[in-house]
Design a protein around this ligand. Structure first.
Ligand code: HEC
Ligand code: HEC
Ligand code: HEC
Ligand code: HEC
Ligand code: HEC
Ligand code: HEC
Ligand code: HEC
Ligand code: HEC
Ligand code: HEC
Length: 430
């Protein structure tokens, strides 16, 4: 409703300005003879700017209609200063009335922070809104570089936009989980820009190939990480080697627990490799499978071990245990399904199949302990459950055979009785 009203007001102002003082509107000239500007939520500032032809002057006024700062009635003056009641542009935009003009990139964090780092002010409008963004921003690579005079980095408006800033939970916001990639990509996928800093520009491309991006965009799983979940939003720094396992571990708790108990925890930190990074990478994490274990081409373990060292031996042992379990479970599943198709009730076998599947899933997680013993223990559990299901399937096959024979005998008996009956009837007729 309000947007419509503003649009209408804008039309009235636009027409009024064109009729009464078209030159003045474009040039920002004197007030004499001007139509009265309808004051919108953005004061005379928005009222007049809505009627200006130049997109640079007009668009901010339009965008502000859905800006989060419009709702609590913080007008254009909240950021630009000036007098929002004055109809005369010279007066409205006079430095004497506090007009600051267009803020430079280097001034923006401080400008936004003037309110967002002021907790008593923010509390009046939004009691639960944190007020640490400026402080965090200053610790980030972005903030530190800006302070050193580099204006290529992200400031508050690079990520949030301006004149149309939305609440972060609004699905149309530029920082909503599904939009963050595009927001960071503005710069981090820019080859020319990134090469001047010597950091890769294919990060976005790689991330888009990851299981995380797929979960986020295809399965709409908002719990999958996007850029800011690993890097932070305001303290955007690369997680260093020591914190990498923490980053992944915030979500993959079990994997991290096992990794920490594994011989790799100490070994990786000694060779300067990040915990999960050493095997999975970080931006292009894909779905791993059993084929990654071993020392051959394309395996994780083969990157650092060969068949002759103890790590390589363990890799082969783990691989063998998982292969045996997978084969047994697969065979059991096929046979149980076959029996079901033939009409047998296989409830107990199904339970065993589920058990074996669960054991196999857990065996794959145990890989993170890098212990043959731990994986084999679980894998043997899977094999035992699968064997129970195989036994049930074998019993079912027997039962099917038995029933088939039974049916044949019954049919033969019926046939004999029928023939006897026919003979009897003929005899009576004769
Ligand atoms: C009656 C019309 C009118 C009013 C009222 C008005 N402006 Fe403007 N504004 C203009 C025009 C025309 C320009 C472009 C010419 C200029 O820079 O003076 C402009 C330019 C600007 C610019 C860009 C300045 C630059 O250096 O590029 C900002 C920012 C701005 N106005 C904000 C405001 C704010 C904030 C208010 C209210 C306190 C306001 N305006 C009130 C007409 C108006
Ligand atoms: C939350 C703070 C904020 C509010 C509120 C705000 N602005 Fe701005 N405005 C900025 C910043 C920051 C820039 C600099 C943008 C940039 O560097 O791209 C800017 C730039 C501008 C410009 C120059 C655009 C250009 O491309 O050169 C105009 C004109 C302007 N604002 C007008 C307005 C008007 C009119 C309103 C109210 C309807 C308003 N602003 C409300 C922060 C704000
Ligand atoms: C590199 C991108 C980036 C920069 C730069 C940035 N932000 Fe954010 N901001 C985000 C993201 C992403 C979120 C949403 C996720 C979150 O709350 O951490 C967010 C959230 C917010 C929120 C809502 C916080 C909440 O917990 O609900 C505010 C307020 C905010 N930012 C203000 C600022 C201010 C002020 C600055 C400048 C000092 C700034 N941001 C700089 C990306 C950024
Ligand atoms: C005059 C004080 C003031 C200034 C300056 C200001 N803000 Fe705000 N901002 C607020 C208040 C108050 C709210 C809460 C509005 C609400 O929830 O009703 C807010 C809300 C926000 C939100 C939405 C947070 C959420 O709920 O998700 C973002 C994002 C934001 N501001 C970013 C900025 C950026 C970026 C700048 C600088 C360009 C800026 N703000 C400048 C006062 C200000
Ligand atoms: C306006 C451009 C811009 C945007 C948008 C932007 N960045 Fe940056 N970012 C840079 C520049 C430039 C650097 C400086 C590179 C350097 O010094 O290594 C940088 C540095 C970084 C670094 C530190 C890299 C290092 O090793 O030094 C991280 C991490 C980072 N950005 C993450 C993000 C994330 C996450 C987002 C989105 C939420 C984002 N950035 C949005 C321009 C941007
Ligand atoms: C699952 C966690 C995760 C996600 C999601 C993620 N990163 Fe990273 N990022 C990392 C890790 C870990 C590093 C490596 C840090 C190191 O080597 O010290 C890194 C490094 C970086 C660097 C520094 C690159 C360098 O070589 O110096 C930048 C810049 C960066 N990421 C930006 C992004 C951007 C932009 C996105 C979103 C497209 C993103 N990251 C998504 C975890 C993540
Ligand atoms: C914010 C939470 C979060 C963070 C942080 C995170 N992940 Fe994930 N991860 C997920 C979600 C959600 C999935 C998708 C699960 C699914 O849909 O199968 C996933 C999937 C995966 C998968 C594929 C699992 C499978 O079997 O399909 C691997 C491997 C993985 N993540 C490794 C990592 C690594 C390595 C890191 C750190 C660089 C990391 N994750 C950081 C949440 C997270
Ligand atoms: C030594 C190599 C290695 C390291 C280090 C490693 N992983 Fe894995 N990870 C694997 C392999 C191999 C698989 C596939 C197992 C399979 O399917 O047989 C896997 C599977 C996974 C899976 C999917 C299976 C499951 O358990 O849900 C996730 C999630 C995962 N890893 C997360 C992580 C995280 C988080 C870290 C860091 C704490 C990490 N990994 C460290 C080798 C590694
Ligand atoms: C990034 C390199 C790297 C990768 C990838 C890697 N390891 Fe290791 N691993 C090491 C280092 C370094 C050590 C400690 C030195 C040593 O014993 O070789 C180690 C030690 C081990 C050990 C302990 C050996 C002992 O002496 O007791 C086992 C077991 C092991 N790794 C298994 C594996 C398996 C299984 C994989 C694949 C799933 C794997 N590793 C992948 C680097 C790696």
């Amino acid at each position: 409703m309000r947007e419509k009203g503003d649009g209408f007001a804008a039309a009235v102002i636009a027409i009024g300005l064109l009729i009464v003082a078209p030159g003045a509107a474009a040039a920002g000239g004197g007030a004499a003879g001007r139509a009265k500007i309808t004051v919108t939520s953005g004061g005379t500032c928005q009222g007049c700017h809505l009627g200006l032809g130049d997109a640079k002057l007009h668009d901010p006024a339009v965008g502000f209609n859905h800006d989060v700062h419009n709702r609590p009635g913080l007008g254009c003056v909240a950021c630009h200063g000036g007098d929002p009641k004055a109809e005369d542009p010279e007066e409205a935009m006079s430095p004497r009335r506090g007009f600051r003009g267009v803020p430079k990139p280097s001034q923006i964090p401080k400008l936004c922070g003037s309110c967002h780092a002021n907790s008593s002010f923010i509390k009046k409008f939004a009691p639960n809104l944190p007020t640490d963004q400026l402080a965090q921003y200053r610790t980030s690579v972005h903030g530190k570089r800006l302070a050193a005079g580099d204006t290529n980095v992200a400031t508050c408006i690079s990520c949030h936009g301006v004149h149309g800033i939305r609440a972060v939970k609004d699905s149309r916001s530029s920082v909503y989980p599904t939009h963050v990639v595009a927001t960071c990509a503005q710069c981090h996928a820019n080859k020319a820009l990134m090469s001047t800093y010597g950091i890769p520009s294919d990060i976005v491309e790689k991330y888009k190939r990851s299981v995380h991006f797929e979960a986020l965009t295809k399965k709409n799983d908002l719990s999958a990480p996007t850029c800011n979940d690993c890097h932070g939003s305001h303290g955007a720094t690369p997680p260093g080697v020591s914190s990498i396992s923490n980053v992944c571990g915030t979500c993959h708790v079990k994997n991290m627990d096992l990794f920490r108990k594994s011989p790799h925890a100490k070994a990786f930190s000694e060779i300067g490799v990040g915990a999960c990074d050493g095997c999975h990478g970080h931006h292009d994490v894909t779905v791993p499978d059993d084929a990654k274990i071993g020392v051959g081409k394309g395996t994780f373990c083969g990157r650092c071990h060969d068949a002759s060292d103890r790590g390589g031996e363990a890799a082969s042992g783990i691989s063998a245990a998982l292969t045996l379990a997978t084969d047994t479970v697969d065979r059991a599943r096929t046979e149980v399904q076959d029996a079901e198709r033939k009409g047998m009730l296989m409830e107990k076998a199904e339970i065993k199949l589920q058990e074996s599947h669960q054991d196999l899933v857990e065996a794959r997680t145990e890989v993170h302990l890098a212990s043959v013993w731990a994986v084999t223990k679980r894998a043997n559990g899977a094999v035992a459950a699968a064997k129970a299901a195989l036994d049930a399937a074998a019993r079912a096959r027997k039962e099917i055979r038995y029933r088939r024979h039974g049916l044949l005998i019954a049919l033969a008996l019926i046939l004999i009785a029928l023939v006897a009956l026919i003979l009897k009837i003929r005899k009576i007729e004769q």
